[in-house]
Design a protein around this ligand. Structure first.
Ligand code: PBG
Length: 310
């Protein structure tokens, strides 16, 4: 009876698995605050991706962990055709071609300032950052990315990226816009994983104030007009109202990102014997779908896919 009247059904094809890649061979470096999640070398990444795809997960969101020596003020390494991210994309498209490869467009993993945009005298230079982001997206598309996902929150970047992709012939590469991305404290474990925390200041001048909801509507309207293909809301659980708002505001697919801190909380409680990780993971993912999300980015994608296959 309950199955017949259930309103929301979760499937592995709802999930995108975020993955951290590092240099080396045969390497897995567990991230302290994210038990079960590691930075992995490209060969291990291919192994993880193959497993995820085999379980029905349809997409992988890639984040490179770069050596400090490769970081500079303009994030030049992001354009290197033989850079870590580019090699990871090519390996994935060669070995698991049907798995959607989603790449992050933002300066922070490449930036000596640890910010998503260019910094001068402590200020973020919105407009001067746009051509850099556009070139980064093209470099990712050249390596084989299927979807580029600007997470930088500069104004006008979706249009700049769309134009640059089209000019270079990448008309089929889609844009997943981190549209309502809040200046959240839940990103801590992610910044530990990539060693990408801002060297000074914070991200509050470009990421959104957690207190704002109407502003999310403005961001959705702008990104949609600029050519976004998907709209992403982030973090997830503390912003379910914004996911619902997005669902009602746009006909585009709505994605949600269950971020590192949310995942860390689940795992920490589980490790203490305070929560049932598997049940709580599936409950949170069901909540995202019930709120209106079509696509769910979660570090628990493989665990959840395995549970759903039981
Ligand atoms: C950076 C980026 C961040 C995340 C995804 N892309 C961190 C930040 O904005 O500082 C966070 C993801 C997570 O916490 O899981 N452009």
């Amino acid at each position: 009876m309950r199955a017949l009247v259930r309103e929301t059904t979760l499937t592995a094809s709802d999930f995108v698995l975020p993955a951290f890649v590092e240099e080396g061979v045969n390497r897995r470096t567990e991230i302290g605050s994210m038990p079960g999640v590691s930075r992995v070398s490209v060969d291990e990444l291919v192994r993880d991706a193959t497993e995820a795809y085999g379980l029905g997960v349809k997409g992988l969101a890639l984040f490179p962990a770069l050596d400090e020596s490769l970081k500079d003020a303009t994030g030049r390494e992001s354009l290197n055709p033989d850079g870590l991210l580019q090699r990871a994309i090519r390996a994935l498209k060669r070995e698991v071609p049907e798995l959607l490869v989603i790449t992050d467009v933002a300066l922070d993993p490449y930036s000596s300032d640890g910010h998503d945009g260019l910094v001068r005298d402590g200020r973020i230079l919105n407009d001067e950052t746009l051509p850099l982001l556009a070139s980064m997206a093209v470099a990712q598309a050249e390596a084989g990315a299927d979807v580029v996902a600007p997470s930088d929150m500069m104004d006008g970047r979706v249009e700049a990226i769309r134009e640059a992709l089209d000019d270079e012939g990448f008309t089929d590469v889609a844009i997943c816009s981190y549209c309502a991305k809040y200046a959240s404290s839940f990103y801590g474990p992610f910044r530990e994983a990539l060693d990408s925390a801002p060297k000074s200041g914070d991200k509050k001048t470009y990421q959104m104030d957690p207190a704002n909801r109407r502003e999310a509507v403005r961001e959705i309207e702008l990104d949609e007009a600029e050519g976004a293909d998907w709209i992403l809301i982030k973090p997830g659980l503390p912003y379910l109202d914004v996911v619902r708002l997005a669902r009602e505001q746009t006909h585009l697919p709505v994605a949600v990102y269950q971020v590192s801190g949310e995942f860390a909380m689940l795992k920490a409680a589980f490790r203490n014997g305070w929560l049932d990780y598997e049940a709580c993971l599936l409950e949170t993912l069901t909540a995202f779908k019930r709120a209106g999300a079509d696509i769910i980015f979660t570090y628990g994608a493989v665990d959840a896919a395995r549970l759903l296959a039981r």
